[in-house]
Design a protein around this ligand. Structure first.
Ligand code: UTP
Length: 298
């Protein structure tokens, strides 16, 4: 395998989703549908578009609906077949990945995103790996590729570590990993910025900038060596940003201001906005929805 290709992705889905209770009491947050598709399926499709071939889910207790979603449903498929519902059958079968390309690891306790990623270490070895947080849903700009595909293209020229980034309002820094930006990297695909520092959830008065990390990463194996130390950070959780920050100066580190729009589907308002935005982007729904929004007249 070429040193500069990313073929594996980790989908951390072990969180409790407490901001979305009661919906997430017995259902994984990542199974919440935006229009008619669960969040996790958007993330898997974005990864596949970016050339990912191995899909590693870090799950927790009560997350078996995710495994079932990406497996055959024999009864459903037989029923669709017998009723000659060809389109629906094609749809449910098209989600199936190549046998052996999907793995599930249990995170026994939700000790943070860094801990979830670390739980997948034996399946990654020394290879670079992408990480996608399904609750950060990104609608690609019309005619553009998805966020991870943009990152993989940029990363093939930089190597090292890379995060997706966007500007946030100054009062929101305490909800994000915040970047100390260096130079804009010339000649790279998309607006790449060198990452000189990274701090998790700083108060606005302590934030080095308003450039925030969103849930897409490409990491090299040195990050796993840092995660091995199991140091906890903000909120008492093992944070991926802390391990990434410790790799600064050892390997290149860039952020990519991706071209799409990100919706925080871990929050209620972000989830509602995503449903409207994704429906408006669909030919089968946009005109009816636009009309309804006009009629609302709010
Ligand atoms: P969040 O910060 O959104 O946490 O995690 P959460 O537990 O899912 O949700 P709230 O804040 O309680 O509402 C970001 C991503 O990291 C995963 C989550 O599943 C989500 O995709 N995660 C978080 C884990 O896999 N394990 C953890 O221990 C924590």
């Amino acid at each position: 395998m070429s040193a500069l290709s990313v073929k594996k992705a980790i989908f951390p889905v072990g969180g409790l989703g407490t901001r979305f209770l009661p919906a997430t009491k017995s259902m994984p947050k990542e199974m919440l549908p935006v229009v008619d598709k669960p969040l996790i399926q958007y993330a898997v499709e974005e990864a596949a578009e970016a050339g990912i071939e191995e899909f590693i889910f870090v799950t927790g207790r009560g997350k078996s609906a995710i495994e079932d979603h990406f497996d055959h449903s024999m009864e459903l498929e037989q029923t669709l077949q017998s009723r000659d519902k060809k389109e629906a059958l094609k749809l449910v079968q098209s989600m199936m990945r190549e046998p052996g390309s999907v793995a599930y690891i249990r995170q026994q306790e939700p000790k943070g995103l860094g801990h979830a990623v670390w739980c997948a270490r034996h399946l990654i070895g020394d290879e670079p790996v992408a990480i996608l947080l399904a609750d950060d849903l990104i609608l690609p700009k019309k005619g553009q590729k998805g966020c991870l595909a943009e990152m993989v293209e940029a990363w093939s020229k930089t190597g090292g570590n890379m995060v997706a980034s966007m500007s946030v309002a100054p009062e929101q820094t305490a909800s994000y990993g915040i970047i100390t930006p260096g130079e804009n990297a010339e000649g790279m695909a998309g607006p790449l910025t060198e990452v000189k520092g990274l701090v998790e959830k700083p108060k606005p008065e302590d934030a080095p900038s308003t450039l925030a990390v969103v849930g897409r990463y490409i990491i090299e194996s040195g990050v796993f060596a840092e995660l091995d130390k199991q140091d906890s950070g903000a909120g008492g959780e093992i944070q991926i940003t802390d391990s990434l920050a410790r790799r600064i100066g050892h390997v290149p580190f860039h952020s990519l201001n991706f071209s799409g729009t990100r919706y925080d589907c871990g929050s209620k308002i972000g989830f509602l906005e995503a449903n409207i935005a994704f429906a408006l982007a669909r030919d089968d729904l946009s005109s009816d929805l636009t009309q309804w929004l006009k009629d609302l007249n709010v």
